[in-house]
Design a protein around this ligand. Structure first.
Ligand code: PHE
Length: 463
C-alpha cells in the first residue's frame, strides 16, 4: 500500500505525543505510586529509572524501529522481517485485541467518576460501597464502556494524522498541566492526626522521594527490581504491537533515537508526578499505610481523600478524573490502532471498515467483561496466587503470559536471528547519532531476554 494511503504522522512531535499518549495511562497513575510507596520510596524510583534507561529504552527502540523499517502493522511486520517468525506478529496483535475490551470497561468507570465529580456529587462517590455498587450494576457500566469505546473509535476512524496525532497534540499538553497542577496542590494539603500532630504534604513527599534501605535485604531488592520491571513493561506499552504500529507511521526523516528519549522522558515524568500527586495526599489524609493499588486506589481511596480536602476537593477531583480520562483515551486509542492497522494490512480492509469491525468486536466482548461483575460472575485462581473475574483473566493472559513471550521472542529475533544491526541501521538511517548503541546491542541479546524470562517464570508461578 502506498505511504499516503497507509497514513503517517505529520512530524516527530506528533509521533512523540501520540506514543507518550499510549504510554501514559492508568498504569502511571494507579500502579506506579503504589509500588513506589511500598518498595522503599526513592529506592524504587532509582531502580525504575535505571531500568527505564536500559531495558525500557531497548524494547521501545526495537519496536519503533521494526515498525518504521517494515512500514507494517504488528501482525505483518514480524513476517516481513523473517518469514518463519510471523507467529510473534499474531501474538503481539492478540495482546491489544484482548486488552481493548477490558481497558474500555475501566475507561467507562473513569468516565462515570468524571461525570459524578463534574456534577458536584464527589461526596456520594466517597461513600462506602459506591464503587462496588456501580460496577456490579447491569446497565450503567455497559453504557459508560460503550461511550468510552465509541470516542476511541471516532479518533481511529478519522485517521493517523487527523485523528490520533491531532487528539494527542491537544490532550497530552493539557494532561501534563493538570498533573503538575494537582501535584503542586497535593504538596500544600495538611491535616491534624488523631495524636494532634500536623501532617503536611511535604512530609508525604519525603516518604516518596527519600530512598529507604531500612530492612531491605537482597531478596527484597530482587522483588523491587521485578516490580519495577513489570511496571515498565506495561507503562511503556511494549510487547503489544502498539509501538510497531505507531513506528510504522513515523516519517523516514524523523530522528528515532531522539523521539524515543522524549517518549521515555514523558512517561517517566508523568509516573513520577503521579506519585507526587497521590502519595502526599494519601499520607496526609490516610496515614502511611493508606496506599492501595489498582481500582481501589482510584475509585475508593481517592474520592474519600477529595472529600477530606473540603470544598476544593470536588474541583480537584473533577480535574483529576478529567486527567485520568485523557490518559485512558489516548492509551485506548493506541490499543485500538494496533488491532485496526493489523486488520487493514492483513484483511485488506479500508481504515473505516476495519475500525468499525474491531469496535463492534471489542464492544461485544466489553459487555461480557462488564457483566463479569454481575450476571457472569465467577472467580478464578491464577498460578501466581492471585484471583479475579473475567477482566482479571484477560489481564492475566495478556500482561503476564503473552507480553513476556512476545518480548522474549522479539529479543531473540532482533538480537540473534537478524542481529541488532537491523535496528541500528534503521535508527541511524539518516546519519543520526545513536547514543546508547552499545548498550542496546548488549541489552537486546543478553540482559533483556534474561530479565523477561524471569518475569514469565514468576507469572507462571515457577519462581
Ligand atoms: N501504558 C499504559 C499505562 O501505563 C497502559 C496501556 C496498556 C496502554 C495497554 C496501552 C495498552 O497505563
Amino acid at each position: 500500500m502506498k505511504e499516503k494511503e497507509r497514513g503517517s504522522f505529520k512530524g516527530s512531535i506528533g509521533f512523540v505525543l501520540a506514543a507518550a499518549g499510549s504510554a501514559v495511562g492508568l498504569g502511571n497513575i494507579w500502579r506506579f505510586p503504589y509500588l513506589a510507596a511500598r518498595d522503599g520510596g526513592g529506592l524504587f524510583l532509582v531502580v525504575y529509572l535505571v531500568l527505564a534507561l536500559t531495558f525500557g529504552f531497548t524494547m521501545l527502540t526495537a519496536e519503533v524501529a521494526i515498525g518504521r523499517k517494515t512500514k507494517k502493522s504488528p501482525l505483518s511486520a514480524y513476517r516481513q522481517l523473517k518469514k518463519s517468525w510471523g507467529w510473534i506478529g499474531f501474538l503481539s496483535c492478540l495482546v491489544p485485541f484482548l486488552i481493548m475490551p477490558y481497558y474500555c470497561a475501566i475507561g467507562g468507570w473513569v468516565l462515570k467518576y468524571f461525570i459524578v465529580f463534574l456534577t458536584g456529587q464527589g461526596p456520594v462517590a466517597a461513600q462506602d460501597g459506591f464503587f462496588g455498587g456501580f460496577i456490579t450494576g447491569q446497565m450503567e457500566p455497559v453504557i459508560y464502556m460503550l461511550i468510552f469505546l465509541a470516542s476511541c473509535c471516532v479518533v481511529v476512524y478519522v485517521g493517523v494524522d487527523k485523528g490520533i496525532e491531532r487528539s494527542a497534540k491537544i490532550l497530552m499538553p493539557i494532561l501534563f498541566l493538570m498533573v503538575v497542577g494537582i501535584a503542586i496542590f497535593s504538596l500544600t494539603v495538611k491535616s491534624t492526626g488523631t495524636d494532634g500532630k500536623l501532617v503536611t504534604g511535604l512530609d508525604g513527599l519525603k516518604v516518596y522521594m527519600i530512598p529507604s534501605l531500612k530492612g531491605v535485604g537482597l531478596k527484597d531488592f530482587f522483588y523491587i527490581v521485578i516490580d519495577a520491571l513489570t511496571q515498565l513493561f506495561y507503562s511503556l506499552s511494549i510487547a503489544m504491537g502498539i509501538m510497531i504500529a505507531y513506528g510504522s507511521y513515523v516519517p523516514d526523516e524523523a530522528n528515532l533515537a531522539k523521539s524515543i528519549n522524549q517518549i521515555e522522558f514523558f512517561d517517566t515524568m508523568v509516573a513520577f508526578l503521579a506519585g507526587v500527586m497521590i502519595i502526599p495526599a494519601v499520607y496526609v489524609f490516610m496515614g502511611p499505610d493508606g496506599m492501595s493499588k489498582g481500582p481501589s486506589l482510584m475509585f475508593v481511596s481517592l474520592p474519600k481523600i477529595f472529600l477530606a480536602m473540603g470544598p476544593a476537593g470536588n474541583v480537584i477531583g473533577t480535574v483529576f478524573f478529567a486527567m485520568v480520562l485523557f490518559a485512558a483515551i489516548t492509551s485506548a486509542v493506541s490499543i485500538l490502532e494496533a488491532v485496526v492497522s493489523s486488520f487493514i494490512d492483513e484483511l485488506k480492509l479500508e481504515r473505516k471498515s476495519a475500525t468499525v469491525l474491531e469496535t463492534v468486536i471489542a464492544g461485544i466482548i466489553g459487555v461480557v467483561v462488564c457483566l463479569g461483575y454481575n450476571l457472569l460472575y465467577f472467580e478464578v485462581k491464577f498460578p501466581n496466587g492471585t484471583s479475579g473475574q473475567i477482566l482479571d483473566v484477560m489481564d492475566y493472559v495478556s500482561n503476564y503470559i503473552l507480553m513476556p513471550i512476545v518480548s522474549i521472542a522479539t529479543c531473540i529475533l532482533i538480537g540473534w536471528a537478524l542481529k541488532p544491526k537491523t535496528v541500528v541501521e534503521e535508527v541511524t538511517k539518516n546519519g543520526e547519532k545513536f547514543g546508547r548503541q552499545r548498550l542496546f546491542e548488549i541489552m537486546i541479546r543478553y540482559i533483556a531476554p534474561a530479565l523477561t524470562v524471569i518475569i514469565l517464570m514468576m507469572s507462571l508461578g515457577i519462581l
